[in-house]
Design a protein around this ligand. Structure first.
Ligand code: ADP
Ligand code: MG
Length: 358
């Protein structure tokens, strides 16, 4: 359905600098595929999506859509826009139109639908994304998650052959990520062809037929979710998919700033959508530092979160110890029952107690 050959994009900036963002992108996308594009930021993921629908004309290469080269002179971009829907990180709704008008505008203007036709179809789409009751309100009264669901309904109203999503959940409060992902999941089930740039690794693994890992302006590795997430071949892919987010505190003595830890921990949990764990984690850190490990100083506390597996843990690391600093008493038994697991293990430089929260 879409075939991309030797696509490149070079930006010539006003200050005279030149930046080649896409170097040599090649891929074939079939009807019904759900492809998640992952990779470090700044590697050209958005630029690739914008090139595919010609919002950002490529520098060289070819893009074939349904057997036609869309970069050829004379190709009608209207036709392309009808085939491809786009959903942006920042929603891009028309603020001066109601939700319903946002959805019916393009079908009336571009597809020549009558207003009643467009309205009844828009209502069906709003039903589908769970927002029928919001048809007559303006976007500024909606939450971010609701806005993004309207944006998806608006894209669907054009009956696109493919929808391109550019980080559809990145601008959302973590509590709203799920409602948007579940709409996209539903579309995947229905066989919609989609290209999704996302940082939600677990979602990408669950929903996609294929993953493109972009790095350094190319599709650095592609494969099934299993290949990319479980058995990546190239080391940069491996490092990216297995990356672990960490927050580290050095505890020198008892004058450490526990409020700083509390704040840092809360921010960390919000960022990685772990808000449900923040209080438990803080209670356990306090308990470890002030009760079980009160005589152990200095030590290092780490909060770790593996994005792909979802494992979140608290590490307490002590240099120069050969045995676990954790006593075997009643209080520690109670701690064990609150954790998913506790791993006590020697490290290269000392000993680590790892409390796995989930
Ligand atoms: P990603 O989506 O993977 O984070 P982007 O495609 O947004 O990456 O950007 C890749 C690089 O191209 C970045 O360094 C960005 O600054 C640059 N870039 C993107 N759009 C433009 C533009 N219109 N003009 C100049 N540079 C741009
Ligand atoms: Mg981007």
């Amino acid at each position: 359905m879409i075939s991309i050959k030797h696509l490149s994009k070079t930006f010539h900036n006003p200050d005279g600098s030149v930046l080649t963002v896409l170097k040599d992108v090649n891929c074939d996308i079939d009807k019904g595929e759900v492809i998640s594009i992952i990779g470090p930021s700044g590697t050209g993921k958005s630029t690739l999506l914008r090139a595919i629908n010609m919002l950002e004309p490529p520098t060289s290469g070819e893009i074939w859509v349904d057997g036609e080269n869309i970069m050829a002179r004379g190709y009608k971009l209207d036709k392309l826009r009808r085939k491809m829907g786009m959903v942006f990180q920042s929603f891009n709704l028309f603020e001066h139109m109601t939700v319903l008008q946002n959805i019916t505008y393009a079908p009336i203007e571009l597809l020549g639908k009558t207003e009643p036709e467009a309205n009844s179809e828009a209502m069906e789409l709003l039903q589908k994304v769970g927002l029928a009751q919001k048809a007559d309100v303006y976007p500024d009264s909606l939450s971010g998650g609701q806005k993004q669901r309207v944006a998806i309904a608006r894209a669907l109203a054009m009956h696109p052959e493919v929808i391109l999503f550019d980080e559809p959940t990145s601008a959302l409060d973590p509590t709203m990520v799920g409602e948007v992902l579940s709409v996209i999941r539903q579309l995947a089930k229905e066989g919609m062809t989609m290209l999704i740039v996302t940082h939600e690794m677990r979602f990408a693994r669950d929903v996609s037929t294929r993953i493109f890992f972009m790095n350094e302006g190319i599709i650095y590795e592609d494969g099934t979710p299993e290949q990319i997430f479980e058995h990546p071949v190239r080391s940069a892919t491996k490092a990216f998919v297995n990356r672990i987010q960490k927050l580290v505190y050095e505890i020198e003595d008892d004058s450490f700033d526990y409020l700083q830890i509390h704040t840092g921990l809360n921010q960390f949990c919000i960022k990685y959508n772990l808000s449900g764990l923040a209080e438990t984690a803080y209670e356990i850190i306090k308990e470890m530092l002030f009760v079980h490990l009160k005589d152990i100083r200095p030590l290092t506390v780490r909060i770790t979160h593996a994005e792909l597996s979802g494992e979140t843990a608290l590490d307490f690391m002590v240099e120069g110890l050969k045995e676990s600093p954790l006593p075997e008493n009643q209080a520690v038994h109670s701690l064990r029952s609150r954790a998913k697991d506790i791993v006590e293990e020697p490290t290269a430089r000392g000993f680590r107690v790892k409390i796995i929260l989930r």
